[in-house]
Design a protein around this ligand. Structure first.
Ligand code: KG4
Ligand code: ZN
Length: 347
């Protein structure tokens, strides 16, 4: 790649949970490479991410993944303007692998280091294909670890409006999939099962909290699914093994409809509160077609209608393109990190 001064090429790294990812993105939009080493198979038998296993796999994968991302992009160290790393939030012993790699490259290559908030990066993936962000905007980020509503004035200017008080939306999908004995990871399994089910079959609770609340709660619906499968006193036998495929599909579809309903209604509430012209959707659960379609319909019905910017499906779940893309804005703003940068579980 010829590195004319006009272009900014950033190597982004992501190791916050169970994907080891590296990407080279030019000027925040032009994706030159995106490599993701998924650890799904390693965690599947435990039904969830085991931090120690994730950390060890990141250590094994990080340099091959970086090498592959650089090779696919056709770039060398001299072509890279900065190294970006998602250093929060996430599993500390997973984050530290990427942070250490990024600091090492930044030091060795003499390139600035950029620290990225993983959740803010999820939001950036909704902006990848869009030129004009009409303000005000609200963003819904729905992942395995977080469920957040933000007011967004620019990719770097976010104000938290609400968040989950217990389980994250993706976590609820994962836990309900475990109850229904569907394969890990739960979100895609529930979505697949729900295709053959009736979303109105079971009236699962929709927790809206207070009338004006922009917070979320998903632990109640998870418990409702559990009671449905094991009886109110939890003493009944686990009926899941005896259920027909159709019964499982009905539970999956009804659960998904309830979660989507809450997410869409709360996002509309936030959009009305700030007078939003644009709604952004990102994070792993944003890959869910029922959610994408329901939010699109809600935005179209808004007064005035709102535009929905949604991350391309391949950039909904964890990846490094979103990290490198957001880092471009920090690069332009001169927001660089020190080599003393540490990971942080929260953020
Ligand atoms: O953003 P992400 O890759 O990782 C975190 O930052 O947590 O999100 C992973 C979450 C998991 O809980 C997974 O079950 C969920 O996103 N997910 C889905 C779908 N694809 C992934 N949830 C619902 N429907 C999907 N199609
Ligand atoms: Zn994520």
């Amino acid at each position: 790649m010829s590195n004319s001064q006009k272009h900014v090429a950033i190597l982004g790294l992501e190791t916050s949970c169970d994907e080891t990812a590296a990407a080279v993105v030019v000027d925040g939009r032009e994706v030159r490479s995106s490599v993701v080493a998924s650890q799904t198979d390693l965690h599947a038998k435990y039904g969830g991410v085991v931090p120690e296993i994730a950390s060890r796999a990141h250590i094994e994968n990080i340099y091959p993944v970086i090498k592959e991302a650089m090779a696919q992009a056709g770039v060398g160290r001299d072509d890279i303007n900065a190294v970006a790393i998602a250093n929060q939030p996430g599993l500390t012993i997973a984050l530290v692998v990427g942070v250490t790699a990024a600091k090492t490259l930044s030091f060795m290559w003499g390139k600035p280091l950029i620290a990225i908030n993983h959740l803010h990066a999820h939001l950036q993936s909704a902006l990848l294909g869009e030129a004009e962000l009409e303000l005000p905007a609200v963003a819904l980020i729905v992942s395995g670890g977080h469920t957040c509503l933000y007011e967004c004035d620019s990719p770097l200017d976010l104000t938290l409006l609400g968040a989950t008080t217990d389980d994250a939306a993706g976590e609820a999908f994962d836990k309900v999939a475990t109850i229904l004995k569907l394969p890990y990871p739960g979100g895609p399994s529930i979505e697949k099962a729900a295709r053959n089910g009736d979303p109105k079959a079971i009236d699962f609770p929709r927790s809206m909290l207070g009338r004006d609340s922009l917070d979320f709660s998903f632990s109640g619906i998870k418990t409702a699914v559990l009671y449905h499968c094991r009886g109110q006193d939890m003493k009944g036998d686990d009926r899941v093994d005896a259920m027909t495929e159709r019964e499982i599909a009905d539970i999956a579809a009804s659960f998904q409809a309830a979660v989507v309903d809450v997410l869409v209604k709360k996002t509309r509430r936030a959009a009305e509160k700030v007078g939003a012209r644009t709604v952004l959707l990102g994070g792993g659960v944003a890959a869910n077609t029922a959610l994408r379609e329901a939010l699109q319909a809600s935005c179209e019905k808004g007064r005035p209608p709102r535009r929905l910017f949604v991350a391309p499906k391949r950039y909904c779940t964890d990846n490094a393109v979103m990290v490198a893309s957001l880092a471009y804005h920090k690069y332009l703003a001169g927001q660089f990190a020190e080599l003393t940068l540490e990971p942080s579980a929260t953020g």
